[in-house]
Design a binder for this molecule. Sequence first.
Ligand SMILES: Nc1ncnc2c1ncn2[C@@H]1O[C@H](COP(=O)(O)OP(=O)(O)OP(=O)(O)O)[C@@H](O)[C@H]1O
Length: 848
Amino acid sequence: MPQETTSPSRNPRGLKALPSNNVENPLSEDTFNVYYDFAQRKAEEAASRRYQATEWLREMDQGASESLPKEPSEEEFCLALRNGLILCNVLNKVNPGAIPKIVENPVIPVQSTEGAAQSAIQYFENMRNFLVAVKDMQLLTFEASDVEKGGSMNKVVDCILCLKGYYEWKKAGGVGVWRYGGTVKITALPKGSPPSLVGSESADDSLDGSESSQYEQLLEFLHLSNEVAIEESKTANALAFLFDRFGLWLLQAYLRESNEIEEFPLNAMVIDTLISKIVKDFSALLVSQGTQLGLFLKKILKTDFNSLSKSDFMEAISLYLGQRTSRASNDFFKFCICGGKREVIHQTVNHSTAYAQLIHLHQRELKEIKLDFQETKLGVKQIHSNWAEQLRRLEHHIKDLEVASSSYHKVLEENRMLYNQVQDLKGTIRVYCRVRPFLQGQTNGQSTVDYIGENGNIMIVNPLKQGKDARKVFSFNKVFGQYVSQEQIYIDTQPLIRSVLDGFNVCIFAYGQTGSGKTYTMSGPDMTTEQTWGVNYRALRDLFQIYKERSDFIRYEVGVQMIEIYNEQVRDLLVMDGSNRRLDIRNNSQLNGLNVPDASWVPVSSTQDVLEFMRIGQKNRAVGATALNERSSRSHSVLTIHVYGKELVSGSILKGCLHLVDLAGSERVDKSEAVGERLKEAQHINRSLSALGDVISALAQKSAHIPYRNSKLTQVLQDSLGGQAKTLMFVHISPEVNAIGETISTLKFAERVTSIELGAARSNKETGEIQELKEEISNLKLALEKKEAEVEQLKVGNVRSMTESQRGRAVSPFQIPRHGTSSSIKPGDYNRSSEVTLKRDGLSTELG
Ligand SMILES: Nc1ncnc2c1ncn2[C@@H]1O[C@H](COP(=O)(O)OP(=O)(O)OP(=O)(O)O)[C@@H](O)[C@H]1O
């Protein structure tokens, strides 16, 4: 081991730049030690590189192994190489023919003066050739003065090691450009630059020769040449290490990615491809890094060199590193924010600054979020309390509304009652108007109904007319729009049903042109669901309900009749035998309250009973087809419910009847385009409806004579139109434009009806005494009749006729038989004929 590397007193390279221990520059012991350690380390590294160069020279040249010791001192090394012989021989081995002629004088001991002179010649010749050849090969060179005493042996060592590297690369079959130490070197020199400043062949094109020279000078200035070389080799190692890691990570990542593939084709080709990809990426990365660093250095080198101190340089490097770090941190942030994989970051990035900034950013964001959260919380709380307040106010308001609404309903109810009472007192006929909706399949075209008011007004618009004539307002007791339910229609009718059980006569009839909805209102579209039940069924349901409620103090008997007026003939609809007997109408003196006493009278005790008979009646009803309506009823149907009640305590008798009338279509004859039988029907219908109009007109004018007898219809309804009855008319209209004529005439007729005052209705209630007296009179009358008949028979000796007059009179509790009413109801007979039905429904037959 040479002495200079072990002895601290020896300066292997002079250490001229290191501060010496002199009085002008006194150093503390610590500082001195630091410098000393540094100098020693440098000397050791320089010696190690020198030995490396020596070893190679000895291998390459026989002469070297003789003249150059294995581990020469710097001086020995310099002496051995000074004549350039070894260097030229070695260079010719590396690059045969590089030096065509080598001056090979016999070796003369260096101590002799002659030898020194010869050596000087050799030195000039050989050294010059060597340096030129090395320069031509674009390898590291040195200056001729470097092999003199006091020259820089480090440069000589660098040159030899560079040559060695080149040689080994070449021997290994090196292709392309060889880079010394694998690092980028400053090579390009301007013309005329001293050969000593030649760099390696790897060029950084962005740096010009002067910069290159400056770099060398800078390194010299910093006394870092040697250190740089060491650092370079360290960097090379580090890069090699990084390369390995980077490459292996990529490899790992690739293999991990392909985890699911069972049989991974790890053949040579795959490995080669992978590795070459990694190398490519890594090289690109290095080149870009190198470029950036080069730019940075250029920036520094462009500054005034003389004013650049070592600390300035270090500071600049720190600045650069700082900038790089912060840029990397930013990238790192972005990566994190973009949702990069954390574990990957932990593995690959160790940026404490980045973490710190990230944490800082997160904390700041957290703080902002917390503030936002607090604000939102407050906002929500505020909204909540506002809501609660509003809710309280709303509840209060709703309660007020409930109170107001209940009072309003009470007032409404009261109004209705009062109104009905007034109507009752006035005895006016109540008229309700109902508008039929457009039928299924009809397009909801223009409606003639323009407006329906709350107070019973309806405005009809005639699209065929212009100006004020186009609109006409009619007033009724109530107007029901197209979508009013059956239930709502019935509500105002309900009080009338109670009246029937109180002994009043009530007549409800439906008026309107064919297809305007009369049957719909009276019977409903079908009987299957209670929801669609018409007025008839609802009325009967209520009637029997009240009947039951009062059963403790009034005993009721109820019977029904159903007749049809067709072509001015009255027909019984409850016949079971299909007979088509013409029935007579008898008014005024009917003690039993039957205007058509010969029609079947059927006792009933429940809604079901009535429904059953109504079904029979509907079946028997004459139905004909016209151009206006396929199923046009061309007759008036009258369902009459007779109620007889006896108050159990007082014995008073109550007699009421309810006429439910479904009139035939009210349209004019010409409209129905009927001929023959249909024409006859239409004429009869028109006549009866005209008669109805005449009766109404006469009643409205309070005429002395009311022409009831002009039609069967007015005759049947006489009690309900003029007497002490309560009458309600449902007038129906269709909304279609083509029905406008009929609609207006219907409404005009109905308006006339509204104006009629019949006077206050009267109950048919008779006290027990009157009833007894009446019965007595009746019995006396019967007895008298009997006597008269006997006398008559005795006179003519016709005993047979007498027996006939006594036979077949069925008497119901409220059916006081009249002389000559041989066709009065015989429930017994009826029961016999409809035995099956009656038994099933459990009908009372006690009236028979
Ligand atoms: N308020 C309503 N809602 C729904 N459909 C109705 C309404 N009124 C009537 N209709 C429908 O209109 C058509 C004719 O009605 P409806 O038979 O009751 O008329 P009409 O005046 O009794 O006829 P006709 O004089 O021939 O007896 C029927 O299909 C019926 O279902």
